[in-house]
Write a protein that binds this ligand. Structure first.
Ligand code: SF4
Ligand code: FES
Length: 565
């Protein structure tokens, strides 16, 4: 499904071992990936320019020596003679080339690291037990691995500002900053919001915002992930939990069709933070601040916990029976959501086919930011199209729903997770029909629904989404759902059975068996084996559709439709 890329390899020598690596690759990245050797570093970051200011990545380097006259490689005991540079060099500004030799563990390298650590720790406060970066601090880790273990410093430490506000979501402890400039380069190079910089010199140099400015763009929290020490902290997470108590689960951000790869960190059923997960084909290593806060939806005051019929609480089975009876009636239509998973879309397609019911989707279109938030503010519009649940883009579907209701061509409406009133459908029109509402939160539509069946948020279930590039990506369950609330998959399977769909099963593998047999683009996909970085689908069959997305980080939209659709 995905394209093969040809890479030119060269042989380099790492600590006496020959390793084949791509030519021209950054040495730190190449050695880590292909030789499984870590070169410690602070200021280097694979997605930022090279600053070369921390000196932690010093290694010994050499190249095969050549005869000045003939240009031939000089041999020594049958092997190329290596001309080692007299001084160590920084690995972060070196690219791989044929014959490059490096030593990462020699006495000279160890002494260099030792010296750099001593220098970095001169003015750094010894507050590891209370620092919020404990568990993720590279200064702490490298001082254990490469430091001297004791201090020779007898002068008074230079104490820098503490707990400064540099933006609405971020606190800066200047005294911990090691001046690596990652946050400064991120602001300059990635968000182009050049608000951070250093003032003063030498030991007095500090990070600060430009006068009158704050770091308040929607990508500001990436500097917290970037900061290798505990200088920058997220106000929302600060002092809430030690990271080693948290369990990270691979997930996908539902903020838009970009499908940013994330990790959801939880403990005992409570989510504490969401951080980006590297996927060079989707989001590099970044995510938006607004996406990080979506976990609050799981604790929303509007969560639904009980099934209801005509406003009165009933058991889930009673609600399902009632919904089944309505669906077996006349003139049924489905209103689906781009927030549902591919698996849920597939089951809904089976139901729509069985009922011969029209299907509409509520579009969520707003202006994208050209980076990691696209115009389509749902994660899986493509999923509904690939599964055949809808046959065209849904941008005019609200008008179609209104028209159908006005012409009284619908008696029962199955609504999955959407609020039709917020989307622009008149309450008076909805009041004329029987609504079955399945969703995690109550809204105006659920309030007037005949049958309400609660469901789970994206954090409480697993499944797949298909992003704007037709990349299918899976996400895992991070926390258990509320007691007694079943997943959409299980609710839809149950309803499908009640209306006579064949072979409906709520198990992920059996749903995928059915998906593989019916959708040619997904014929080779197995949920369990989907790679973490997702799979790019063949989207030729959908090339005629005009989607609303305009350009974002890794996506050049073809024939974009206006965002006001
Ligand atoms: S605040 Fe953190 S990321 Fe920014 S320069 Fe200081 S140590 Fe580096
Ligand atoms: S990582 Fe190379 S100098 Fe900082």
């Amino acid at each position: 499904m995905s394209e093969e890329v040809k890479i030119d390899l060269v042989t380099i020598n790492v600590d006496g071992r020959d390793v084949d690596v791509p030519v021209g690759m950054n040495l730190i990245d190449a050695v880590k990936k292909y030789a499984k050797v870590e070169i410690p570093h602070y200021c280097y970051h694979s997605k930022l320019s090279v600053a070369g200011n921390c000196r932690m990545c010093l290694v010994e380097m050499g190249m095969p020596m050549r005869d000045r006259d003939s240009g031939e490689v000089i041999l020594e005991e049958g092997k190329p003679k290596i001309g080692w540079m007299p001084k160590p060099a920084i690995a972060c500004s070196t690219k791989t080339s044929a014959g490059l030799h490096i030593r990462t563990q020699s006495p000279m390298v160890k002494e260099c690291r030792n010296g750099v650590m001593e220098f970095l720790l001169l003015n750094h406060p010894l507050d590891c037990p209370i620092c919020d970066q404990a568990g993720e601090c590279r200064l702490q880790e490298f001082s254990t691995d490469y430091g001297r273990g004791y201090s020779r410093y007898i002068e008074e430490k230079n104490v820098k500002p503490k707990r400064s506000r540099i933006g609405p979501r971020i606190t800066l402890d200047d005294e911990r900053c090691i001046l690596c400039s990652r946050c400064v380069r991120f602001s300059q190079e990635i968000t182009k919001d050049s608000v951070l910089g250093f003032v003063d010199r030498g030991s007095y140099s500090t990070l600060t915002c430009y006068p009158g400015r704050e770091l308040d763009n929607n990508y500001s929290l990436n500097v917290v992930d970037l900061c290798p020490v505990g200088a920058l902290t997220d106000n929302d997470f600060r002092f809430k939990m030690r990271v080693w108590f948290l369990k990270p689960v691979k997930s996908i951000c539902t903020e838009s069709s970009v499908g940013v790869n994330t990790e959801v960190w939880s403990r005992e059923g409570k989510i504490y933070r969401i951080t980006p997960r590297q996927n060079d084909d989707v989001n590099d290593t970044w995510m938006s601040d607004s996406g990080r806060r979506l976990y609050r939806r799981a604790e929303s005051e509007f969560r639904l916990f009980e099934a209801a019929v005509a406003g009165a609480p009933v058991t889930r089975d009673q609600a399902l029976e009632h919904a089944g009876a309505l669906l077996r009636g006349e003139r049924v239509a489905l209103v689906v959501s781009g927030h549902s998973t591919v698996e849920e879309h597939h089951l809904l397609k089976d139901m729509a086919d069985r009922l011969e019911a029209p299907v509409w989707m509520v579009p969520h279109v707003a202006e994208g930011d050209g980076f990691l938030i696209s115009n389509d503010r749902t994660p899986n519009t493509r999923g509904a199209i690939v599964t055949g649940l809808i046959r065209e883009t849904p941008y005019d579907h609200i008008a179609k729903i209104k028209e159908a209701l006005e012409h009284k061509s619908v008696e029962t409406l199955l609504v999955v997770g959407e609020d039709l009133i917020a989307a622009g459908v008149d309450r008076s029109l909805l009041e004329q029909v029987q609504v079955i509402y399945i969703g995690p939160e109550q809204n105006e539509t659920s309030q007037l629904a005949t049958v309400v069946i609660p469901s789970l948020t994206v954090f409480e279930k697993s499944g797949t989404f298909i992003n704007q590039n037709f990349r299918i990506q899976k996400f895992a369950q991070a926390i258990p759902g509320p007691k007694g609330v079943a997943s959409d998959l299980s609710t839809l399977c149950h309803l499908a059975g009640l209306i006579g769909c064949e072979g409906s099963s709520a198990s992920m593998e059996s749903v995928w068996e059915s998906i593989r047999s019916k959708i040619p683009e997904l014929a080779q996909v197995h949920f369990g084996n989907l790679p973490d970085e997702g799979l790019l689908m063949d989207a030729a069959r959908f090339a005629h559709l005009k989607f609303c997305e305009t350009q974002s980080l890794h996506y050049q939209a073809v024939n974009p439709e206006p965002a006001n659709a």
